[in-house]
Design a protein around this ligand. Sequence first.
Ligand code: ADE
Ligand code: ZN
Length: 326
Amino acid sequence: DRLPELLRGMPKAELHMHIEGSLEPELIFALAQRNGVSIPYASVEDLRRAYAFTNLQSFLDIYYAGASVLLKEQDFYDMAWAYLQRAAAENVLRTEMFFDPQTHTARGVAMETVVNGLHRACVDAQAQLGVSAALILCFLRHLSEEEAFATLEQALPHRDKFIGIGLDSSEVGHPPEKFARVFARCRELGFHLVAHAGEEGPPAYVWTALDVLKVERVDHGVQSSKDAALMRRLAADRIPLTVCPLSNLKLCVFPDLAQHNLGALLDAGLVATVNSDDPAYFGGYLNENFVQTFAATGLTAQQAFQLADNSFVASFASAAQKQAWR
Ligand code: ADE
Ligand code: ZN
């Protein structure tokens, strides 16, 4: 069976990964030591053992704890550089990386420390690895819209270093419309817009991400298959879904990969893509997501090429650049 080889070798884009979710336990311990930060785990193995999640919130609690070791610009650079080297090795030509500034500014880390470290890694990725890398700033939806506005204000001096705005963290109870005004402002400012919706939350959240926030892509969106009218809307408007199969498995969104609805989304004519979400926590980078999902669901080589093409189509790179990749 040569499908795994084809999946690993094919050029692709990654459109849904949180850079803080690429922080491996080894790097968490190294940065904790370098910065004199104490973490409530005895060893790398002890920390890895804690990665047994039952839902999104059980993951987020550990993910935010892990990010507490990031203090200096070099820490953010080192984290992003480790991921970007991995992306290059996996034939990722383009990556659009989420970052969560509020996780860091709440601990007293300056916005410029976060953005400058991540952006320098993006510049070096193009020059040294040939990987096109861009940043998407996410607001934490468990915090208020007022706090999102304050974060936007802090980030605007760096607006040339990120291309878009996203929405992540605890979904249920925090619908997209909570952020209607700040997304309207980001739209006026010319940023690309995306939002996590329909990961654990209902199809109604995907509708309001589209109709209230006016997002160009939906992150996850897998709950959309419960609403036939929504599926028709996503297909008709060619709204991409950035699907993350191993994340969905580890956060118990699907009981096993064989029951994942990626194939159904493709069959319905949606522009679905495959992504790693938080690869250090969910047991695999992008190629592992492809290989395990194809093995479990019986997707075909033709669907592999469709997914790779979708990833370029759905990216925010220039039309000329996308054409060159496809
Ligand atoms: N932050 C990091 N990963 C996330 C996910 N899968 N859903 C919501 N917020 C996140
Ligand atoms: Zn995500």
